[in-house]
Structure formats: C-alpha cells, structure tokens
Design a protein around this ligand. Structure first.
Ligand code: NAD
Length: 484
C-alpha cells in the first residue's frame, strides 16, 4: 500500500500561543512531520505569536527544542530541521492590547491562504478575532482554528459563536476536536459507508448495544485547577465521546462533504434523549499509597467533580430506538485505551442447541493503542468431539495492514492543520453542533447540582466504581475489559 502526500498551496500560519504547551507538544512537531513528508511547500510561512519577548532566532531555538523533546521519532539527519526552522518567525503580541499587531500584519503575505490558530485560552478568542479584523488580516482567504474547550455550557458557547461570527463567516471557523483527526475515527466512516457488509446490520434490529470507552491511566495532577471546573462530562463526553457517538450513529450523508456530514451528526445529537439520573455513574479516583486521590490532586477536599463517568444513552430515531449506547470515560483507570464495540444480537435461533452456549459477533474499533479493527466471528472449535463453537477474532491492525507506510500516517493534529490549509471543514465541528451538544449536556450537569450528587470513589488502576459495572449488569450486559 502506498501512502500519497498531496502538497498544499503556499500558506501563512500564525500560531497564537506559539510558545505554549499545546504548540510545543503537538502543533509544531506535527508541522515538522508534514514538512518532512513533503506536504509543505517551500514558500510556507509559520509565525509564532505570543506574549513572551523573543526574536525569530529565539523562537527557532524554542521550536527546535520542542521538536527534539516531543517529536515521536529522532530528528532526521540531512538538515531537514534547519530547513523547517527557516520557515519560522516570531512576533510578540498582546491579544488584549495593541502591541505587536502592526508588525504581525506587515509579516503576512498578500493573496494566499492564511490560517490563525488560536492556541490560547478561550477568554482571548474574541480579542484575537476582533484584532485580526481591525488590523486588516481577516480577509476572505483567512481561517481561524479554535481549540477546546468551546464554551463551558450552552450560554458561553453561544456567546463564543456570536463573538467569532462578528468577524468571521462560519466557513472560516475551524473548531478543532482532535478525536476527529484520528485515522481510526475516519476509518469508522470508511468501514460504515465504503462496505455493503456492515450498513444493512447497523441498526436496532441487529445491534444489541454499543459501548464506547475512553480510559486514561493518568490523573489530573498538574491541571487540577482547570479540570475541577470541568469534570469528565465537560472535558470528554460533551466533545470527544459525543463526536464518536455521532460518527457511529449517523445516517449515511449524501456526500463526504463538510455540511452533508455535519448535518447528519447534528441530527444524532438532537435525537439524544435526556438521560435518566440512574443511568449515570460518576466517580472520583481514590488515593493509593504512592499517589494522591482526586480531591488531593485538585486541592479541594469537598470537590464533587467527576473524574469518571459511565452512562446509558438512547437515540430516539428509527435506526436506533431500543439500542442503548453505553459511554464510559475516566482517569486513573487500569489501562490507557480507547475503543468502540458494536455488539450484535444473538442469532435468532441456534441450530446447535443450548449447550453450544451464547455467541455474538462484536466489531471492535480500537482508537488506541494498537489502532485497528477486530471482528469476533463464531466458528467451530477445531478438532473431534462434536460441534463446539468458539469466537475468534478477525484482526486487523493498521501497523500490519499498512506495513512500513503505517509510520507515515499523520497524527490527528497534523491532518487537521493540513485540512485547514486546504479549506476542508469535514472534520471540524460546526457552531450549531457544539451548541446542540451543550443543550443536551447542561440539564444533566444541572441535575447533579440540584440533587447534590456526590461521585463514588473508585480504586486507582481499576475499571471505575462498582456501580458502573452494575449499570450494565442490570441490563444483562457486560463492559468489555479495560486492558492495554
Ligand atoms: P499554555 O498556557 O501553555 O500557553 C498559552 C499561550 O498563550 C502562551 O504562548 C502565552 O504566551 C499565550 N498568551 C497568553 N495570554 C496571551 C495574551 N494576552 N496575548 C498573547 N498571547 C497570550 O496553554 P496550552 O496548554 O498551550 O493551551 C492553549 C489552548 O489549547 C487552551 O485553550 C487549551 O484549553 C487548549 N488545549 C490544550 C491542550 C494541551 O495539551 N496543552 C489540549 C487541548 C486543548
């Protein structure tokens, strides 16, 4: 299999917050990988813009250090890094003042795509949008990329949408959810809509339930202050898990085009039923001998914010009525793993009798680690002694299927930034999608506050609170094991 790299047109990319954690960890190493892959044209220009005082050379050194520290591979020899750094510049700007803006506008190239990545806190989005307009940089060829969190609730998300809409058209706004940039997540659409095999079965008639798990082993240490104001619902479910849910549940769009895809996703969110309180389990990880618990991590002994959430969700439409979606995410769990499992119903009649046991087809889409797909198929257990059945996996990992090309698969940020340059919004959230997601989320969170709901504690390194297991057991179902 040969991977194809299609170079993009020359562009200017300004990274506001270009000295920050996200820029150094993800954005700049990602851009370097695209450069090495030959996707970035000679004339491309990348400008870091942030509060720190620094000149171009100082910024190049910062980026060199970041790529050496956070790049996933050793820097290739032969001067590639120097050639990449030569495309970089830096302007010191104050998002809330006037410093640096004239200088930035002078550095921008006329008549080409210009992308402005808002890698700063959301409180600065409005200021940045306004100044880009004021200093003449918001042309028809301009795009802005905004990071999560997009709002804290429906009200703040609407306010953010409104402030951006004052200066930019919806077609110029790229709301990033890096989950949508993952190779496997896009593969979900290819599997569903590129094969005849699955789609006829992809509905409540044949699917018993769907499980989505996004488990992390890390706690919130280091960003406890931010996290405690959000919790798993705002930090993970409202955005990442919701996007996965949409791609699993949506109707086939007429075309693989931004608004066709996003229209279908929006319909899913709007069809979500309110969640019954007893269909939600919230948790907080406990301390171990070596590591602090959630409440110590956020330095609030009375915190009621959840670091774990499991919930049963229903989608009220013809395709999914009666098929539950179980969502689960949490910190300090047994393993770092993200997967979607589509559990099909039992065969309507077992010709092999009750003693053959219960066997089900399960399609597992692994987002990490070991990206790939597995389909559990029931076969005869080999050997003599009658007809005994056994479930075996048809297993496909990207690394095996793509061979050496698997290394060249761009990571989520790389792909999404290149999509911005190309002007393809398919993998970005539209304003109405984000608002619909908050409209569903807000009453759930308000319900916890009204009931003084206290999260259950769970052991670090476990699969979450016992009650989350019961959520499935009560329905005669079982979570898949959380394992690396
Ligand atoms: P950070 O605090 O490390 O960096 C913030 C950057 O913004 C710095 O470069 C700083 O100079 C700049 N800045 C702050 N105030 C400014 C001002 N008034 N004018 C100009 N520049 C200013 O933050 P981060 O972790 O890089 O996060 C940036 C954004 O990305 C946030 O919205 C965050 O929620 C989001 N995000 C971060 C991560 C991550 O892994 N770090 C992941 C997802 C989303």
């Amino acid at each position: 299999m040969v991977s194809r790299v299609i170079p993009v047109d020359p562009f200017d990319l300004v990274i506001f917050g270009g000295t920050g954690d996200l820029a150094r960890r993800k954005i700049l190493p990602g851009l370097f990988r695209r450069f090495c892959a030959g996707q970035m044209p000679e004339e491309a220009q990348i400008i870091g813009a942030a509060r720190s005082e620094m000149d171009d050379d100082g910024y190049r050194q910062l980026v060199r250090d970041a790529i050496e520290e956070f790049g996933d591979k050793p820097v290739p020899e032969g001067g590639a890094l120097d050639a990449f750094l030569a495309r970089l510049g830096y302007v010191q700007v104050d998002a809330t003042g006037t410093d640096g803006w004239e200088e930035l506008s002078r550095r921008i190239t006329e008549d080409r795509v210009r992308a402005f990545y808002f890698s700063v806190g959301p409180s600065l989005f409005g200021d940045l949008a306004e100044r880009l307009h004021q200093y003449g940089m918001a042309s028809g060829q301009s795009r802005i990329v905004v990071e999560k969190p997009f709002g804290h609730d429906l009200g703040t998300a609407k306010a953010l949408n409104a402030v951006l809409a004052q200066h930019f058209d919806e077609t110029q706004i790229y709301r990033i959810d890096h989950y949508l940039g993952k190779e496997t997540v896009q593969n979900l659409m290819a599997v569903r809509f590129g094969n005849v095999l699955f789609e006829p079965l992809w509905n409540a008639l044949y699917v018993d339930h769907i499980q989505v798990t996004v488990a992390e082993t890390v706690g919130v240490g280091g960003r406890g202050g931010y996290y405690d104001k959000s919790g798993a619902m705002r930090d993970m479910v409202q955005n990442h898990l919701m996007q996965l849910l949409c791609l699993i549940a949506m109707e086939p769009p007429a075309k693989f085009e931004p608004d066709s895809v996003r229209d279908e996703k929006l319909k899913v969110i709007r069809a979500l039923e309110p969640v019954e309180p007893h269909h939600i389990v919230r948790g907080q990880y406990d301390a171990t001998e070596k590591e602090p618990g959630y409440r110590e991590d956020v330095e609030d002994p009375k915190s009621r914010t959840e670091s774990f959430l499991a919930m049963k969700v229903h989608i009220s439409n013809w395709r999914w009525a009666g098929t539950p979606f179980y969502l689960r995410t949490g910190k300090r769990l047994r393993a770092r793993t993200s997967e979607i499992a589509v559990v099909f119903k039992d065969a309507p009649h077992s010709i092999f009798g009750a003693e053959a046991g219960r066997h089900r087809n399960v399609l597992i889409i692994r987002l990490q680690p070991n990206e790939g797909m597995t389909l559990d198929v029931t076969i005869k257990e080999p050997g003599p002694g009658g007809m005994r059945l056994v479930d075996v996996p048809l297993d496909m990992t990207f690394a095996d299927a793509l061979g050496p090309d698997a290394d060249e698969v761009p990571d989520a940020y790389e792909r999404l930034i290149m999509d911005v340059i190309r002007g393809n919004q398919t993998l970005f959230m539209r304003g109405d999608e984000v608002e619909a997601a908050w409209a569903w989320t807000d009453p759930i969170i308000a319900g916890w506050a009204a009931r003084n709901d206290v999260p259950k504690t769970y052991d670090a390194g476990s699969a979450g609170p016992e009650d989350s297991l019961m959520l499935m057991h009560r329905d005669g179902r079982k979570w898949r094991e959380i394992k690396a």
